[in-house]
Design a protein around this ligand. Structure first.
Ligand code: FNR
Ligand code: LAC
Length: 366
């Protein structure tokens, strides 16, 4: 695989983003870094973490400290997973094969998107622990087929994304004129029917059939019933939807606004996390993504009840800048930041990271 040199001033996830923005074709940047409409939710995903403050405890005994977690019956070295993202080959020749190699090297789970640019069967050969993400397809047999392919190739869990029956208003992409370059495509889906519905009349196409056959709770239940793997439902913001997902049989809920890419003007996941955890209790793990860029962000998410977090764009930034080594280095930087943040907060294990760590400005007034 291509050898790449990581610039020596790359010391945080933000540095990878800076190099990514400077090096990569503007149209591809518009797709990857882009957001829905005006980017209100995209920006708020970061601002929400900035608003939260940690109140650390001193002189705790930190002997034997660890970031290990239990998730779906397995022990994982870190509460950080790689979020599903389409088309890694947009930024690196080897695409998801390189990301999987880095995940294997560092012990992180890679969630492979159904829209990966390398076949899910080939990604499975890289030795990484994998989850598989899919959007419910109009033809449920095609979803079943994808699920069976992932299951038979050793994927450990399925993620069904429910927040994108439409891909959202991508004005940034439209302005930049983004189209998939030659040679990059959703190869897993090549044998299935097209999901595009022909527009029947002039005018807005959205309510002219684009949503016919879109998934509903009944379809979700059927998909979960069919799966022999645990299913997590991704893209939940309302606590009642979290409960519906659990009632449909989900073994996990991923609180997410899709990195601000689908509907603009929704809350940051970190701001709705605690309500969701309160609603569904702690027997079903709640994960969170959107705006995680620092070890302290992970501590904040865990403190508010997340079992683990998922990391999106930084993985593609690092893949673009440094290939396998870049992604492994970026994940290691984040792991170091997490350990440092836990230690400086006085937490030896993830169980020590709880809501008492979150500073509440109003506590003294009440
Ligand atoms: C995504 N995301 C996404 N989600 C999903 O369920 N299936 C997918 O195929 C994709 N594809 C995708 C492509 C790109 C380029 C990006 C940036 C994101 C959303 C992703 O899983 C995750 O929710 C966000 O990226 C998390 O936010 P951050 O970490 O990017 O801020
Ligand atoms: C995106 C789709 C692929 O966010 O989920 O671009």
């Amino acid at each position: 695989m291509l050898e790449m040199t990581i610039p020596p001033d790359t010391v945080s996830l933000g540095c990878y983003q800076r190099h990514f923005l400077a090096r990569i074709d503007k149209r591809i940047v518009a797709y990857i870094e882009g957001f829905a409409a005006d980017g209100i939710s995209y920006r708020d995903n970061f601002a929400a973490f900035e608003r939260l403050k940690l109140l650390p405890r001193m002189l705790k005994n930190l002997a034997g400290a660890t970031t290990q977690i239990n998730l779906l019956g397995r022990r994982l070295p870190s509460p950080v997973l790689i979020a599903p993202m389409a088309y890694h080959r947009l930024v690196h020749e080897a695409g998801e094969l390189a990301t999987a190699r880095a995940a294997a090297l560092t012990g992180h789970i890679l969630t492979v998107s159904a829209q990966s640019s390398v076949l899910l069967e080939e990604i499975a050969e890289q030795g990484a622990a994998l989850w598989f993400q899919l959007y419910p397809r109009r033809d449920i047999e095609e979803s079943y087929d994808l699920m069976a392919r992932a299951t038979s190739h050793g994927y450990r869990a399925l993620v069904i994304t429910v927040d994108a029956p439409l891909s959202g208003l991508r004005n940034v992409e439209q302005r930049a004129g983004f189209v998939l370059p030659e040679g990059v495509s959703a190869v897993n889906l090549a044998g299935y029917g097209l999901e595009d519905i022909p527009v029947r009349r002039a005018g807005s196409p959205v309510f002219q059939g684009m949503l016919d056959g879109a998934a509903d709770w009944d379809m979700l239940r059927r998909l979960i019933d069919r799966s022999s793997l645990p299913v997590l439902v991704k893209g939940i913001l309302h606590e009642d939807d979290a409960l519906c997902a659990v009632e449909a049989g989900a073994m996990g809920v991923i609180v997410s606004n899709h990195g601000g890419r689908i509907l603009d003007g929704v809350p940051a996941p970190i701001d709705v996390l605690a309500r969701i955890v309160r609603k569904i209790g702690d027997h079903v793990p709640v994960l969170l993504d959107g705006g995680i860029r620092r070890g302290t962000d992970i501590v904040k998410a865990l403190a508010l009840g997340a079992r683990a977090v998922m990391l999106g764009r930084p993985v593609l930034h690092a893949l673009a800048v440094g290939g396998v080594q870049g992604v492994a280095h970026m994940l290691t930087l984040l792991q170091t930041e997490l350990e440092m943040a836990m230690a400086l907060c006085g937490c030896a294990t993830v169980d020590d990271v709880n809501h008492h760590l979150i500073w509440n400005e109003n506590r003294d007034q009440g």
